[in-house]
Design a protein around this ligand. Structure first.
Ligand code: 4AD
Ligand code: MG
Length: 459
C-alpha cells in the first residue's frame, strides 16, 4: 500500500461529499477514536480537510483485527476500502475497510484523548492542538478568510503589493519596535557597525511604504505579518499579527470608511456562505447565537460617530467606567464596548483629536482634529484603524516638527508630497482580531496557529 497517486487518494471531505458508493478507494488521516464491538471495530478518521470524520468499519472477517487494535487514538493510518451507505446514524457514508496500514503509531500517552480540553491546556500543546476540532476549524477559517481578502480587493481593482518586513521607520511612532540586528549583545554595538549601518526593526505597519506605492499604482493593498513589542498582556494583543492594509489614491475619509465597512461585510458573508460547517461548531460550543450575530453583521449599517460625540455619549452614560472618559483621551476597551452595545452595531468613530494620533493623519480645517477613523466592533473593540493621509507638504512638515520627528528621516515620504502629492487614504484591519469576531473566540492566542506574546516563544 505505497506509491499512491494523489488522484487515487481523495480527501475525507471529498469522500463524504460523494454522490454514490465507491468501490476500492484509498484515503488516510489520523485516528480520533477507535471503538471495538463484537466482530468489528470503528475508527473515526480525520485528515484536516473538514470538520467531519470518516467512519471506517473494520470487520473481523477482513483479517485486519490485529492492525485495527494498533490504530490507537492519534495514530496515522492509511486505509483502502469501499465507500458504502452507512448503517449507523449521523453520517451518510462509511468506509468498509479492505486493507489498513498504521503508518505512525500512537499510544495511551497521546495528550489529546477523547475529552474536552481547556483552551489554556491546549495553548501548552500548540504543536498538537490543530488536531482538535476547534483548532482545525480555526485554521481552515484563517485560510479561507485570507483567500476571501484577496477576492475582495481583486474584485475592486486593488493591486496586491508586498511591503517590507524589515524597515528603518516606526510608522506609528509608538516605539513598540523589535530591533533587527546582527551585532552581538552589549553596549559596544554601535548601530553604524550593524548590518544596515543604521537601526533596523521589524515593521509595525506597511502603511508608509504602501502610501509610496499607492501614489504610483492607485489602489493597492498589503496583507502580511506585523510586529509590536507592546508589553500589553491582553486577550487582544499579540506581538506578531497579520494586518490587511489597503491604500488608495484619491480616496477621502468617507471612501475609506465605506471600504472598511464593505470589507468586513464581505468577509463575514463569505464565511457564512462557504464555511458554515466550521462556523456551526463555534455557534454550538463557543458563542451561542453566533450565526445570528454574523448574519446581522453582514447586513447592518455601521454607524459613523465623530469622536466628540462618542465622548459626550460616554460622559452622559452615567456608567461607572474605570477610566473616566474626557475629550482628548484614548478610548479604553470598556468605552469601546459601551459604544458598540449602546448602538447595537459596529461603530466607526472619526475625527479624533490630533494629539492622540500619529503624524501622518490629515489635519482638519478646525486645526484640532485629524481625518482618522477607528472601527469598533462588539466583543473585540478596535478592529480597524485608518485615516486620510496628510498630502500637503507644508502642513506635514510642520506636524513632523511639532512631534520632534526629523524631516530628513522622512525625506522619501515628503518627496511624494513634493511631486504629485494627491489626497489618499487607507487603513489597517487586524486579521487575527477579525477571526475573533468571526468565531466568538475571546483570546487572540486561540485564533493564531503559534501565538507570540510576552514570555511565550516555545518554538
Ligand atoms: O490602529 P493601528 O495601529 O493602525 C496602523 O498601524 C495603521 N498604520 C494602519 C494603516 O492605516 N495602514 O493597527 C491597525 C489594526 C488595529 O485596529 C487592530 O485591529 C490591529 O491592527 N492591531 C493588533 N492586533 C493584534 N495585536 C496587536 N498588538 C495589534 N495592534 C494593532
Ligand atoms: Mg489603532
Amino acid at each position: 500500500m505505497s506509491n499512491y497517486n494523489a488522484s487515487d487518494r481523495p480527501s475525507i471531505k471529498e469522500l463524504l461529499a460523494s454522490q454514490g458508493p465507491l468501490a476500492d478507494v484509498s484515503t488516510q488521516g489520523w485516528v480520533r477514536t477507535r471503538r471495538d464491538a463484537k466482530g468489528l471495530s470503528f475508527l473515526e478518521l480525520n485528515d484536516g480537510s473538514c470538520l467531519r470524520n470518516l467512519q471506517v468499519v473494520i470487520l473481523d472477517g477482513a483479517g485486519l483485527a490485529e492492525k485495527a487494535r494498533e490504530a490507537a487514538t492519534g495514530s496515522a493510518v492509511r486505509v483502502r476500502g469501499d465507500l458504502s451507505p452507512s448503517q449507523g446514524q449521523g453520517q451518510a457514508w462509511e468506509l468498509v475497510a479492505r486493507d489498513l496500514e498504521v503508518v505512525g503509531p500512537s499510544g495511551p500517552d497521546y495528550p489529546l484523548q477523547k475529552k474536552r480540553h481547556t483552551d489554556e491546556y491546549l495553548r501548552e500543546i500548540a504543536h498538537l492542538r490543530p488536531r482538535t476540532n476547534k483548532y482545525g476549524a480555526i485554521m481552515r477559517l484563517r485560510g479561507e478568510m485570507a483567500w476571501a481578502v484577496h477576492d475582495f480587493f481583486r474584485g475592486r481593482g486593488f493591486l496586491h503589493v508586498h511591503t517590507p518586513i524589515i524597515t528603518g521607520n516606526d510608522c506609528e511612532g509608538a516605539g513598540a519596535l523589535f530591533r533587527v540586528t546582527t551585532l552581538p549583545e552589549g553596549p559596544a554595538s554601535p548601530a553604524d557597525e550593524d548590518f544596515f549601518g543604521r537601526p533596523a526593526s521589524l515593521t509595525v505597519s506597511g502603511q508608509l511604504e504602501g502610501e509610496l506605492l499607492a501614489l504610483a499604482l492607485g489602489r493597492i493593498y498589503a496583507f502580511g505579518p506585523t510586529f509590536r513589542a507592546e508589553n500589553s498582556n491582553t486577550a487582544r494583543h499579540s506581538a506578531e499579527f497579520w494586518m490587511i492594509e489597503p491604500e488608495a489614491a484619491f480616496f477621502d475619509l468617507a471612501d475609506d470608511m465605506a471600504l472598511a465597512e464593505d470589507l468586513v461585510k464581505f468577509l463575514v458573508a463569505y464565511a457564512l456562505d462557504r464555511c458554515l460547517p466550521d462556523l456551526e461548531l463555534f455557534d454550538r460550543f463557543v458563542e451561542k447565537g453566533l450565526l445570528g450575530r454574523l448574519e446581522a453583521l453582514a447586513k447592518a449599517d455601521y454607524v459613523r460617530m465623530p469622536y466628540a460625540e462618542a465622548i459626550d455619549r460616554l460622559s452622559g452614560s452615567g456608567d461607572g467606567f474605570a477610566f473616566r472618559p474626557f475629550y482628548g483621551c484614548d478610548l479604553a476597551s470598556e468605552h469601546e464596548r459601551f459604544l458598540c452595545e449602546a448602538v447595537g452595531a459596529p461603530v466607526i468613530v472619526h475625527d479624533y483629536p490630533s494629539s492622540i494620533k500619529p503624524f501622518y493623519m490629515r489635519l482638519s480645517d478646525d486645526g484640532r482634529t485629524v481625518a482618522a477613523m477607528d472601527m469598533l466592533v462588539p466583543r473585540v473593540g478596535e478592529l480597524v484603524g485608518g485615516s486620510q493621509r496628510e498630502e500637503r507638504l507644508d502642513v506635514l512638515s510642520r506636524r513632523l516638527d511639532e512631534l520632534g520627528l526629523s524631516r530628513e528621516a522622512y525625506w522619501w515620504y515628503l518627496d511624494t508630497r513634493r511631486w504629485g502629492g494627491a489626497p489618499h487614504s487607507g487603513f489597517g484591519l487586524g486579521f487575527d482580531r477579525f477571526l475573533m469576531l468571526l468565531t466568538g473566540v475571546n483570546n487572540i492566542r486561540d485564533v493564531q496557529p503559534f501565538p507570540r506574546t510576552p514570555r511565550n516563544l516555545e518554538f
